[in-house]
Design a protein around this ligand. Structure first.
Ligand code: ATP
Length: 319
């Protein structure tokens, strides 16, 4: 668990971060979202003391980070930097082994863990272990940076625009691989991005920042349906309709959906799915109507484009 209280950073009189507070529960992902220069990276780097806070307190898993030596603290926190930070003169395997070597793991252990991670990230060990970062594509470099951050199995992972340098297709692909990695589900993650869709997909909670301050924090649904002020509203502006449908699940509109008499078509649709994904499924399958099962009690309803539209409208009237 991470608790940051009133952290600030001044750079020679410039208030880059002002009184920022947040909490990230174990196993959850917090996204720091905002436009360029709003203080996201500075906030992130204060958590592993790559930047020293000017004031405020930070506790990670019950320990005050200012009581620990920065270099020892950093060994317990995985970090993926904005431009992947791989050493160009180290091979892929050597880059990944940096922290295990500092921790004095034996060679066999490092080899086994590197092989396992590279395989999970779709970079077969035999093919990739002995080549240099310059021989990899951007997406492959980012996967290696992820493997390097994860090898010592740190409970906390900090990620600064981890998919930022990738084209949209590779970005979606690497992001999907990232969310599918089973042991990432146990990690407490703080992720920086300026990409709203990425924030909505990955964040259990989102802190929207502007000019060094958190303007609003909450779930994606809270931010998009209950914006605190005009800035938050306009930040989601043009994508609002998509983001609303993406953040609402069938659970949220369950009472507004019609009950089906008997199963129709595919049966694997659960109510924790977003309305947007439901609409996509309808159009991809070229169906007019699909079942949706409530995750809790397996009760059955159905939806069509029209019933989704009606449920969405009723939800907006209700809240
Ligand atoms: N080392 C530094 N010295 C002086 N000012 C700095 C330094 N690092 C950051 N700043 C300033 O602090 C502010 C916040 O920068 P920061 O990098 O945290 O923003 P960001 O939201 O991460 O931006 P980006 O998305 O472009 O990376 C900016 O005004 C920046 O110019």
């Amino acid at each position: 668990m991470i608790i940051a209280e009133n952290i600030s950073k001044d750079f020679r009189g410039i208030h880059a971060v002002k009184n920022v507070s947040f909490e990230v529960k174990e196993g959850k992902t917090l996204v720091l979202l905002g436009t360029s220069g709003c203080g996201k990276t500075t906030t992130l780097k204060m958590l592993n003391r790559l930047i020293e806070a000017s004031s405020g307190t930070i506790h990670i898993n019950g320990h005050n980070i200012f009581d620990q030596k920065p270099e020892l603290l950093r060994r317990t926190i995985g970090y993926v930097s904005q431009n992947n930070g791989l050493f160009p003169h180290y091979t892929v395997a050597e880059n990944i082994a940096i922290v295990p070597n500092l921790l004095r793991w034996n060679k066999a252990e490092i080899h086994a863990k590197t092989e396992e991670l590279l395989d999970q990230l779709k970079l077969p060990f035999e093919q990739f272990a002995d080549i240099y970062p310059s021989e990899l594509s951007g997406g492959q470099q980012q996967r290696v940076a992820l493997a390097r951050a994860l090898i010592s199995d740190p409970p906390v992972l900090l990620m600064d625009e981890p998919f930022g340098a990738l084209d949209p297709i590779t970005r979606a692909q690497v992001r999907a691989e990232f969310t599918a990695m089973p042991f990432l589900k146990r990690k407490t993650i703080v992720l920086v991005t300026h990409d709203v869709q990425e924030a909505f997909e990955l964040g259990d909670a989102i802190c929207l920042m502007d000019k060094g301050e958190i303007v609003q924090s909450g779930t994606a649904k809270e931010l998009v349906f209950k914006p605190k002020n005009a800035f938050v509203k306009s930040f989601f502006g043009q994508q609002r309709f998509f983001l609303e449908l993406k953040s609402l699940t069938f659970d949220d509109v369950w009472n507004e959906l019609e009950t089906a008499d008997e199963p129709f078509g595919t049966k694997d649709f659960t109510s924790s799915t977003s309305l947007w994904d439901g609409m996509e499924k309808l159009s991809n399958l070229n169906e007019k109507m699909l079942n949706v099962y409530k995750s809790a009690d397996k009760s059955l309803k159905y939806f069509t484009l029209t019933t989704i539209q009606t449920a969405y409208k009723k939800y907006k009237e209700r809240i």
